[in-house]
Ligand binder design. Structure first.
Ligand SMILES: O=P(O)(O)OC[C@H]1O[C@](O)(COP(=O)(O)O)[C@@H](O)[C@@H]1O
Length: 264
């Protein structure tokens, strides 16, 4: 872990990372209800909102679309990813080098590690190479810390999520992105296990405005430092309104109720 409070992907100690790597991870199915979002420019437009500290994309999307947004959006280049077509034990192919991410203008790096997978050993070795190379460019490393695999039937149970944050700290991540463990107390424990490293919550599938903002409120109360979210923002009809509310809950530490009322 290195100090990252001066990084462009951090605002007042917190981050709101807008993720759009779903076309690879889940396939076009995530865009069925919002076909206009198949055009990555529409999500880059959303990422120009002040609340968003970085947009997380894969290399091909960065190559094709980031040049038009480099003045307005900070880039988090995801270095590995897997498609939903892959049916083996959880694994993630490294498809971009740190050198090339830096050339594309990355402000930060992203890397998935599936602790507990039969491929954990190789993934951790690949993470080592990326993390150490990233240090040469002073690029913060965000770990998608997602324990899963044959031996892990429940990937959101509290003990799994606190192991996920601790694993990220020990392996040298600067931010751990983890799933919500189901309660504020469990999140607070996961944050404690991360020491001084920042923990952000992964968004998950789309829920109601109130449900999502209440979970974010709980996570911030638990000491987490923000969000890395995709579908809960860009699958909405009006992503800007939700980002207005998220800005209040994350940076101003307002309640979900107050944020919703203020943005009605
Ligand atoms: O592996 P999972 O749980 O299917 O989800 C992976 C997806 O979730 C994310 O980590 C976060 O996106 P969401 O907020 O839409 O869940 C994406 O970066 C990634 O594409």
């Amino acid at each position: 872990m290195i100090p990252i409070d001066d990084s462009p992907i951090v605002r007042d100690g917190k981050s709101l990372i807008l993720a759009m790597d779903h076309g690879l991870e889940h396939g076009p199915v995530d865009f069925e209800d919002v076909p206009e979002k198949l055009d990555p420019s529409t999500v880059f437009e959303t990422a120009t909102h002040d609340a968003v500290t970085a947009m997380a994309v894969q290399k091909g999307i960065a190559e094709g679309y980031y040049p038009s947004y480099e003045d307005d959006v900070n880039l988090l280049l995801k270095l590995n990813g897997t498609s939903n077509l892959w049916m083996g034990e959880p694994d993630s192919a490294v498809n971009c080098s740190v050198d090339y991410a830096a050339e594309l203008g990355a402000d930060a790096l992203g890397f998935t590690v599936y602790g507990g997978s039969n491929h954990e050993i190789e993934m951790v070795e690949e993470f080592r190479d990326a993390q150490e190379k990233g240090r040469e460019y002073d690029l913060p490393m965000v770990m998608w810390s997602y324990p899963r695999g044959q031996g892990l039937k429940n990937d959101t149970k509290p003990s799994t999520i606190s192991y996920a944050t601790r694993l990220a700290l020990e392996l040298g991540a600067d931010i751990a992105k983890v799933k919500y463990p189901g309660s504020k107390d469990a999140m607070a424990h996961a944050v404690k296990c991360a020491g001084d490293m920042k923990v952000v919550m992964s968004g998950g599938s789309k829920t109601s405005d109130y449900e999502f903002l209440s979970t974010v409120e709980a996570v911030i109360d638990a000491g987490a430092k923000g969000l890395a979210v995709g579908r809960n923002v860009w699958q909405r009809e009006d992503p800007t309104r939700l980002l207005d509310a998220l800005e209040k809950v994350i940076y101003e530490e307002e309640t979900a109720d107050a944020a919703l009322e203020a943005t009605e």
